[in-house]
Design a protein around this ligand. Structure first.
Ligand SMILES: Nc1ncnc2c1ncn2[C@@H]1O[C@H](COP(=O)(O)OP(=O)(O)OP(=O)(O)O)[C@@H](O)[C@H]1O
Length: 251
């Protein structure tokens, strides 16, 4: 029997007259890396926000480890969120804080405490993403975009989350640096045994990072399959999207 970590069942969300999600069904297994692809505005971020409890779906259920999380509040919501790590688009590091405090931010809730131990934890996590402890006291603005992404990755894994969301992890990086980040994500997912969900426009990244890919279109998951079927899906919508063609069923 499949061991589901996250199950979305019939998730719908409307903003005004904009029906963004219209019955999204998706199961992600424990230890699986899943990528969601889809056009701009197709609802990928709204889907992640529903899972995190930042947006409340109008209909449907979301189960994490078998527990329905829609409508959780207070301590229960906090406990559920503690399972998640997040790599934000554009890294979202705090420029006023040195690297070691950025990496350990979730562990200290932003407070400057237990500096010796936190610096040690920061150094360990930086090493995991291939960065030297020499940068512990630098500010994010002193690093290149690729290095900032790695610091953001170190921050996402520092609390050893069970699930990591990657929001456009390769945006803004050149193809070579993007591939370095892809490789790092693959090895982190394998080494730490986390369940990963990535939203991306970058097909090379989706194919590398994910075990399976799902395509969101007009509020529904219209296709899902193993990554090596992405260019051989037999689905005209997926074909058009992954090949970036203007002609096709997607208008
Ligand atoms: N809080 C909100 N209030 C009203 N509309 C919203 C809200 N959040 C998202 N939307 C709308 O929902 C739609 C889907 O947005 P979403 O950010 O999920 O798209 P996306 O697939 O992640 O796009 P992109 O690839 O461009 O990031 C958009 O039309 C957006 O305007």
């Amino acid at each position: 029997m499949a061991d589901h970590k996250i199950v979305l069942d019939g998730i719908s969300k409307t903003f005004g007259d904009n029906h963004v999600l219209d019955g999204v069904n998706l199961e992600i297994e424990r230890g699986e890396s899943m990528a969601i692809i889809g056009q701009s505005g197709s609802g990928k971020s709204v889907t992640l926000k529903c899972i995190l409890g930042l947006v409340k779906p109008d209909r449907g259920s979301i189960r994490i480890d078998g527990q329905n999380v829609v409508g959780l509040r207070g301590r229960d919501l906090e406990k559920m969120r503690a399972k998640f790590g997040m790599l934000f688009q554009g890294s979202a590091l705090f420029d006023s804080l040195p690297i070691w405090r950025n990496v350990t931010f979730a562990l200290t809730q932003g407070k400057a405490r237990d500096a010796t131990n936190m610096r040690k934890i920061a150094a360990e996590n930086l090493e995991r993403v291939g960065l030297s402890s020499k940068i512990l006291d630098l500010r994010p603005s002193e690093l290149s975009g690729g290095m900032q992404k790695r610091v953001a990755l170190a921050r996402a894994i520092a609390p050893r989350p069970e699930i990591i969301f990657f929001d456009e992890p390769t945006t803004g990086l050149d193809p070579i640096r993007a591939d370095v980040i892809n490789d790092l994500i693959v090895s982190l997912v394998e080494d730490l045994g986390v369940t990963a969900l990535t939203i991306t426009h970058d097909m090379a990244s989706a194919r590398k990072i994910a075990h399976r890919v799902a395509m969101l279109y007009q509020g529904k998951i219209i296709w899902r399959g193993p990554r090596d079927r992405l260019y051989d899906s037999g689905n005209p919508y997926v074909d058009q999207f992954v090949q970036g063609r203007a002609e096709g069923p997607i208008r």
